[in-house]
Design a protein around this ligand. Structure first.
Ligand SMILES: [Zn+2]
Length: 458
């Protein structure tokens, strides 16, 4: 039987990057996300090939949120015949140009100017292509139904993961409804509110990044846990290094530091060594309806929930030199969140070999990445080609993950009104995916863990 709507799982099946789901109907299609594959260089080579069979047949692309693993290959689409629109919530629409421009700059830095026309050299797109796709972005507010083709609509629902993050409901021919969860946040992800209850759907394509984790820290106040780390650092006069993602984790931490500061309990400088995180914070104030009740109440009182007197934003690499001679107690937040690249690497080289340093791993640590290796308390670590001894103590606060744990994912799905949907799990490594599939099957959900490239009729 021919189904009115097919779902082509074109990315992030059994892994956590390269998100891409294509919905096909009557010879046309709509993509939800077109993300970069991130990880070892051998995997990243796959980025050169777009997983959508006929980009020229796309009526639209809907982006769940502005993380590169969900939007990072957008600029490759126009040269393949895609004419737009790119649909995103207003906050995501504001963030996308910044993220894509930074990605093009990084590619040029890594692979050189001469490689701009040589795709095999690792450059996927240039600034011109970023500008071209940014002209196609159309903001669609949460809850607004946008028709993309006769009888096919898209609607965004708050996902609580990062500013502007959405789950995408696609209603196709014959009223068949597919919900793509995007990345889902949790109840303690302030300054953002928790994800809202999902709308009814026949099929849910759902993330399961932390599908095997019951996070006991989510039962506690993240501020209390953070204050414990800071107190230990204050006693030993340590510099606390936090590998930080510019969108999401940085703001969660700034929000908690801000609260501690206003309560008079911070007592040390916080250096933010991430140009992008410094730009992203003010964007939160520009979208107050996207924020939690507490964060928007602060804004109404004229208080920026992501700013406080102890915060110092590092504006240049020269200014960042001050961190080398920093005297603890102090906090340094720097990108990248996985510790593999960016300013955090030089700070690791300076502080990992010293008991005057302290490492706080806040949130998801991808296996194999630098932060993933630090989880195992290694005696030494290879950074920029040389071995660095690890003497600094390491703390772990998973509650600063931007992702819901297994209980949170289950609560989100179970809060969907109406009949149980079928569930296709993607965006999760094999172990979390298998664990979460077993959990949903115990609850009676018809749950699939499809391989990449599989098509499901709805
Ligand atoms: Zn994300």
């Amino acid at each position: 039987m021919i189904s009115p709507l097919d779902v082509h799982l074109a990315g992030a099946s059994g892994e956590v990057t390269g998100a891409c789901t294509v919905l096909e109907y009557g010879g046309r299609s709509l993509a939800v996300d077109i993300g970069l594959i991130q990880g070892p260089a051998s995997r990243e080579l796959a980025n050169a090939t777009i997983p959508i069979e006929h980009p020229e047949w796309l009526d639209a692309v809907a982006i769940t949120h502005a993380h590169a693993d969900h939007c990072g290959r957008l600029p490759m689409l126009p040269r393949l015949g895609f004419k737009g629109p790119v649909l995103a919530t207003p906050a995501t629409a504001d963030l996308l140009p910044m993220v894509l421009r930074a990605s093009a700059r990084l590619q040029r830095r890594l692979h050189g100017d001469h490689a701009a026309t040589d795709r095999s050299a690792g450059v996927l797109f240039d600034q011109r292509e970023v500008d071209r796709v940014c002209e196609l972005i159309e903001p669609v507010p949460f809850g607004t139904t946008r028709e993309v083709a006769p009888g096919v609509t898209v609607r965004f629902h708050p996902a609580g993961h990062v500013l502007g993050a959405a789950s995408v409901l696609v209603e196709g021919p014959k009223g068949r409804r597919v919900l793509v969860s995007g990345d889902l946040g949790h109840d303690l992800g302030e300054p953002l509110p928790p994800p809202t209850a999902p709308p009814p759907a026949h099929l849910v394509v759902m993330e399961c990044t932390r599908g095997d984790v019951e996070d006991p820290q989510l039962q506690h106040d993240p501020e209390v846990l953070l204050a414990q780390v800071l107190n230990a650092a204050a006693i030993d006069k340590q510099v606390v290094l936090i590998p930080t993602f510019a969108i999401g984790r940085a703001q969660q931490l700034l929000y908690r530091f801000g609260r501690l500061s206003r309560a008079g309990e911070l007592g040390m400088p916080v250096m933010l060594d991430s140009a992008m995180a410094s730009l992203v914070a003010p964007m939160h104030a520009a979208h107050p309806t996207n924020l939690s009740a507490d964060a928007s109440a602060l804004l109404r009182r004229g208080i920026d929930p992501l700013d406080f007197p102890e915060l110092h934003r590092i504006r240049s690499r020269r200014a960042a030199q001050v961190i080398k001679d920093l005297r603890g107690p102090a906090v340094v937040m720097a990108g990248s969140g996985f510790g593999d690249a960016g300013p955090i690497v030089e700070h690791f080289i300076r502080w990992l070999p010293s008991r005057r340093g302290r490492i706080l791993l806040a949130g998801y640590c991808m296996p194999g990445s630098v932060v993933g290796q630090l989880l195992d308390d290694p005696p030494r670590l290879k950074l920029r080609g040389r071995w660095v001894p690890v003497e600094a103590p390491i703390d772990r606060l998973e509650c600063f993950s931007g992702h819901a744990d297994a209980a949170g994912l289950e609560r989100w799905l179970c809060s969907m009104p109406g009949a149980q949907p079928r569930v296709a799990l993607h965006h999760g490594d094999p172990e979390p995916r298998a664990a979460f599939a077993a959990r949903l099957r115990r609850l009676g959900y018809d749950t699939m863990t499809p391989e990449i490239g599989v098509r499901l009729g709805v």
